[in-house]
Design a protein around this ligand. Structure first.
Ligand code: ADP
Ligand code: MG
Length: 589
């Protein structure tokens, strides 16, 4: 509610600003430029700040939007409003093509990729006859509404800032949706997100195209504001400035983009006026001073200015999800005639010379708690990663409900009802416990990007959050629901992972060292929870080091050593198995 009030006040302030008597027209020009830059920066916040894909090439997409409308309205005489969807389509198609080759790049190759096409397309804009080469295209008509021409910058101000507000609201909506949670997981929890059904590459592509469309819209507006375009504003330099705006304003905060855009635009303008007065007109010192000031700002506001501003206001606790909604449907677990739910047949995994898993076979029966134990490095986590598709088998077969799932991608495994936790916790640390857990229910929602942006996903969203809230209550963490997941002790973060896995509505739950880092009392309630899950029909496979925990809980135990299976039996029999004792105590059997 408070956020809505803030946006409303901001919108009102923006609305009255140009009618202030005596406001120099030059201010309107500056505000228009800030608005145009804000659109690009909002996209970059999503792309770089939230999803971790650093792009230096956003100005290129402004170029696609601007040149498309420039050519269509001058050469072909189309109305600007008809050219808008075409400009966005061209930008979107360019983004899909560039995104397909870019988003798969990892680490610093991704930003390098954006620099590469950022430079080459800039030169291309300046070489094409149709685009007027380096002189560009002029004589672009202004926008008009009915018979009213928006040739006055003040008229364009309303159009530009309406777009900025809508983009900010839509992007905030998107981020607080089911798809938004998947997007927020891309940077720090991509592997986990995939294990809950998120297709990482297509999610990255969606973000890439979304950011490009905002830049394309900015370019379209720019073309009809300036009434002429040339390649200069669409080069690498502009791309770097946009990136600075997004970073300075507040890496992951949508509204911070406006602050960054405002600051960088004002700073550039001020320097262009002040420096010639200081050094004379011959010395072009502004790029140097601009660069120094920005590097300094990045040092002092690494987290972005938005976080600093937000810290000045008391934080409000978000609303706790209402449970008074129609619950999500549950998977019907048919009583399988076939004996085993999961069967591993001669599974092997090699990493170069290391055989991490060596010809391991066993099966897990429905409603059984099976424990996988073995010394460090025995291959337990590797086996989990083979079952869940994170790693591919070197040889062997894995079947789930009699279908081969070996080497299937993690989202497909998740779809079939296998959920997992990770030995090295993979939560999104700056996202709330509630949102982290709700990510587990990703596959139980359907809402599209468009529905999320338009806030039409609220019924489904309420159901997803209610489910997450129920699972959090079930594992006993309700009081921590709104805290950032990263602020919890590691033991509790593991429990959050269990709640997230339960949100998938799984048939098989894989837990990698769930009790590590828990206190005695917490371990006991965890054991109770796991028993209760079994009683409700769930099947569990868990890796655990705490022997007394395992012995009291498991129906069957498989022991691995040096990648191979050395025993499988009931807890009582495993305790006295000579091969197991030898593996653990280092004596010869
Ligand atoms: P556990 O979970 O039983 O402690 P792991 O499955 O993590 O054991 O590891 C089994 C063996 O495989 C270890 O020798 C480990 O060093 C090796 N290993 C695991 N993952 C990789 C990897 N991605 N690359 C190379 N070696 C790996
Ligand atoms: Mg392990």
């Amino acid at each position: 509610m408070r956020a809505h009030r803030g946006i409303l006040l901001f919108a009102l302030a923006l609305a009255v600003l140009p009618i202030i008597p005596g406001l120099p027209p030059f201010w309107i020009t500056l505000l228009n430029n800030i608005g145009l830059a804000s659109l690009v920066a909002i996209g970059l916040v999503l792309l770089t700040g939230v999803s971790g894909m650093t792009s230096f090439g956003q100005a290129t997409f402004c170029g696609f939007g601007a040149y498309t409308t420039a050519v269509l309205t001058t050469t072909y005489g189309l109305s600007p409003w008809i050219s808008l969807p075409i400009a966005l389509l061209v930008t979107g198609l360019a983004a899909v093509a560039l995104g397909l080759v870019t988003v798969r790049l990892s680490g610093h190759f991704l930003p390098l990729g954006t620099i590469a096409w950022g430079i080459s397309l800039y030169f291309l804009f300046g070489k094409i006859e149709l685009l007027g080469r380096h002189d560009g295209v002029s004589g672009i008509p202004p926008l008009s509404i009915g018979s009213q021409s928006l040739i006055d910058p003040k008229a364009m101000y309303w159009v530009i800032w309406t777009c900025v507000l809508l983009a900010g609201i839509g992007t905030s909506n998107l981020l607080s949706s089911r798809i938004g949670r998947a997007i927020r997981a891309l940077r720090t929890g991509g592997v986990a997100a995939e294990s809950f059904g998120v297709n990482r590459t297509s999610m990255k592509l969606i973000v890439f195209v979304y950011a490009a469309l905002l830049a394309g819209l900015s370019g379209w507006l720019y073309a009809h504001l300036q009434r002429s375009v040339n390649p200069t504003p669409f080069g690498l330099g502009a791309g770097i400035e946009y990136l600075l705006m997004a970073t300075l304003g507040g890496a992951g905060h949508v509204w911070g983009a406006l602050i960054g855009a405002g600051l960088v635009t004002l700073l550039k303008d001020a320097l262009q006026r002040i420096l010639p007065a200081l050094f004379g007109n011959d010395v072009q010192a502004d790029p140097i001073v601009f660069g120094i000031l920005l590097v300094a700002a990045l040092h002092f506001a690494r987290e972005g200015l938005w976080s600093r501003l937000a810290a000045l206001f008391p934080s409000v606790t978000p609303a706790t999800p209402s449970l008074e909604v129609f619950p999500l449907p549950h998977r019907v677990i048919e009583k399988t005639e076939h004996a085993s739910l999961l069967s591993i047949e001669s599974a092997s995994k090699r990493f170069g010379g290391i055989i991490a898993v060596n010809d391991v076979s066993f099966s897990v029966e429905p409603q059984q708690i099976m424990a996988l134990i073995g010394p460090n490095g025995a291959g337990k986590s590797t086996l989990f990663n083979l079952i869940t598709g994170v790693l591919t088998l070197t040889s062997g077969t894995i079947r789930f409900v009699n279908e081969s799932i070996g080497n299937h991608a993690p989202p497909d495994i998740a779809q079939r009802g296998i959920a997992r936790t990770f030995q090295h916790v993979k939560l999104v640390p700056d996202m709330s416990v509630l949102d982290n857990v709700a990510l587990g229910a990703h596959l139980r929602g359907r809402s599209s990007v468009v529905a999320s942006v338009l806030h039409l996903d609220r019924t489904e969203e309420a159901r997803l959050l209610a489910e997450a809230s129920r699972q959090i209550a079930r594992v006993g963490l309700s009081e921590h629901m709104h805290k950032p997941a990263g602020s919890l002790p590691l033991g509790q973060q593991r429990i959050v992972e269990i709640a997230r896995a339960l949100c998938l509505d799984p048939r098989l739950l894989l837990l990698d060292e769930p009790a590590a880092g828990l206190r005695q009392l917490e371990k006991r309630s965890l054991a109770d929870l796991l028993r209760q899950l079994r009683a409700e029909g769930m099947t569990l496979l868990l890796v655990e080091h705490d022997m007394s925990f395992v012995m009291k809980l498991a129906d069957q135990i498989v022991v691995l050593d040096l990648g191979g299976k050395i025993a499988q039996d009931t807890p009582a029999a495993i305790k006295t198995n000579p091969a197991v004792l030898a593996a653990y105590l280092g004596t010869e059997p």
